[in-house]
Write a protein that binds this ligand. Structure first.
Ligand code: SF4
Ligand code: SF4
Length: 133
């Protein structure tokens, strides 16, 4: 199965090679979609691929380490009321999940293509792109 999760962890865990351990101990395939880590702690959005039982064990391991694990149900959302169709998000999206609609020049979002990298969230001047947790 394929699951996207958000990990938030305190400073004490930052030094540990958590993601390497997940791969080595549980043989879970990882894709880091977004990460923000500083001396106070951090947040990582991960895509986990593997047998569901193994992913469950991996998530339990993370929780034992004091990491909060939240599954992402829907990824990223575009709040159309806040969007000014400025197009700033289009140029940063690596998978063309945001494009101008040909006739209207409105910016449309295809959540099936989105890999939750978060670049549009940082780029949007009106906070119209939101991470769903
Ligand atoms: S989160 Fe990343 S992949 Fe998804 S729409 Fe935004 S920039 Fe594109
Ligand atoms: S950057 Fe924000 S306001 Fe501009 S088109 Fe994208 S979602 Fe809309």
């Amino acid at each position: 199965v394929n699951t996207k999760v958000v990990l938030t962890f305190p400073q004490i865990v930052v030094q540990e090679p958590i993601t390497c351990t997940l791969v080595e101990l549980f043989h879970i395939k990882l894709n880091i979609l977004r990460a923000h880590i500083d001396e106070r702690g951090g947040m990582i959005v991960l895509e986990l691929t593997g047998p569901s039982e193994t992913i469950k064990q991996g998530i339990e391991y993370l929780k034992e380490k004091g990491i909060k694990v939240k599954p992402i149900e829907e990824g990223v959302r575009k709040v159309d009321d806040k969007c000014t169709d400025c197009g700033a998000c289009i140029s940063v999206c690596p998978v063309k999940a945001l494009v101008f609609e040909r006739d209207t020049w409105k910016v449309i979002f295809d959540d099936q293509k989105c890999v939750v990298c978060g670049l549009c969230i940082d780029a949007c001047p009106t906070t119209a792109m939101e991470l769903l947790l």
